[in-house]
Design a binder for this molecule. Structure first.
Ligand SMILES: Cc1ncc(COP(=O)(O)O)c(C=O)c1O
Length: 409
């Protein structure tokens, strides 16, 4: 038997043992969707999560949602009313962000390899470009000149440090992201001299960290770096985007980030900041911490079989919707995501089984030798922490399977 990750404590069952999501029975949600597999996102949990962040963080820090984590349109529309801005990573996401109702002035666009048409769309809309290189800066300036508009340009800084313990390191050393810190002052002076509306710095050192101290230390280094750059440039940044980094507990032994501790440390860091940043705004940019826990992936068991003494529950879902849960998206060693039998939620385990998907590859495993209550053909399996990097971060078209249903409740 191998352990699975911790099931988010907010989830409950009804009297019959059926998992409830947003107050609705999992089976009723699958009926309403008309088919499985199905992603369900709980709007009350999303709202509560944003409220938790705001209660923990200093009032002056804005909250930006990195929509790459989950761009489902009804969820985006909800988030547009809850957060202070969106971070987008492509022209497609920019379009979706604008359609959600988020004002262009509160949208920033980071990501390497922006094409000219994407730069033009952002400049035309009035969104802020987080420039990833000197070359991108020059292309943005010449596009803006051709259009006859003043572009809103910030510079993404490749810091000389990374976020310790993070699942994904986005700074420290040679990186395709951002401009090396040493080269930033020259680029910002060039932008200001060219008449651009310089919006400040974007400094994203890493993501999926659970250690509040590591996140707080990185934020302190980020504020120090922003001050040093501002002093070199001789102009204060209107906004310092501190990046994100707050992760969620996916695996056995993981524990939730202590958001209050991150907030308390950040209040201290900002209280002690260099005077050059006295009038600067600050933001954090979070994806998965905001949306992962509110999402559940429901997949139905279509076969139950044994092979060489091992029991397999074969489902209609798989890695084409849940690449990360299968262990094939950014993890070195495969470990089990939080998983349960939806109709026997909270019941004691009765057997050890492997839950697999319907793809003809040994990679398609949603639960490897997990202890679960007895489940049969027709039962629903629930994978938790499924609200981020699921539907759009998985190869839905692989083997002609197609996308999952999605629902916001
Ligand atoms: C620039 C940028 N912003 C935000 C995020 C979102 O990270 P997370 O979903 O872990 O909060 C990422 C993730 O890679 C990123 O690269």
């Amino acid at each position: 038997m191998k352990p699975h990750g911790p099931i988010p404590p907010a989830f409950r069952a009804d009297a019959s043992g059926m998992l409830l999501i947003g107050g609705d029975r999992a089976e009723a949600l699958a009926d309403a969707a008309g088919d499985t597999p199905l992603f369900v996102y709980d709007s009350a949990m999303l709202t509560a999560r944003v409220a938790e962040w705001r209660a923990a963080m200093p009032k002056q820090v804005q909250l930006h949602y990195a929509m790459k984590a989950n761009p489902y349109a009804p969820l985006l529309a909800l988030m547009a009313g809850l957060v202070d801005g969106f971070d987008v990573a492509s022209g497609g996401e920019l379009k979706a962000a604008l359609a959600s109702g988020m004002a262009a002035a509160h949208i920033s666009f980071a990501g390497p390899g922006k094409r000219d048409r994407e730069l033009e769309a952002a400049i035309t809309a009035g969104a802020t470009l987080n420039l990833e290189s000197m070359g991108e800066g020059e292309r943005a300036l010449s596009i803006a000149e051709r259009l006859g508009v003043v572009p809103r340009l910030a510079v993404r800084v490749n810091p000389d440090f990374d976020l310790k313990g993070s699942g994904m390191k986005m700074g420290g050393g040679a990186k395709p992201f951002g401009v090396d810190a040493a080269a930033v002052p020259a680029l910002v002076r060039r932008l200001i001299d060219a008449g651009a509306d310089w919006r400040g710095f974007h400094i994203f050192a890493g993501s999926q960290a659970l250690d509040a101290t590591a996140i707080a230390d990185t934020q302190a280094q980020t504020v120090t770096l922003a001050a040093r750059l501002a002093n070199d440039i001789g102009a204060p940044p209107p906004l310092v985007n501190l990046g994100g980094g707050m992760g969620v507990p996916y695996f056995p032994g993981d524990t939730a980030v202590d958001a209050a501790a991150v907030g308390a440390a950040l209040a201290e860091t900002l209280g002690d900041r260099d005077p050059v940043l006295a009038n600067s705004g600050f933001a954090m940019e979070l994806g998965r911490w905001l949306v992962a826990e509110a999402g559940v992936y429901l997949t139905r068991i279509v076969d139950r079989k044994t092979s060489h003494g091992e029991t397999f529950l074969v489902t209609d879902g798989g890695l084409h919707h849940q690449l990360a849960a299968s262990g094939n998206f950014g993890t070195v060693i495969r470990r089990n995501y939080p998983i349960a039998v939806a109709s026997r939620f909270g019941e004691a385990p009765a057997e050890t089984v492997s839950v697999v998907g319907c793809l003809c590859t040994p990679l398609d495993r949603l639960g490897d030798q997990v202890a679960l209550p007895r489940a049969d053909v027709g039962d629903l399996v629930a994978i938790f922490q499924a609200g981020a990097y699921g539907a759009t971060a998985s190869p839905a078209a692989f083997l002609g399977q197609g996308p999952a249903q999605e629902m916001l409740v």
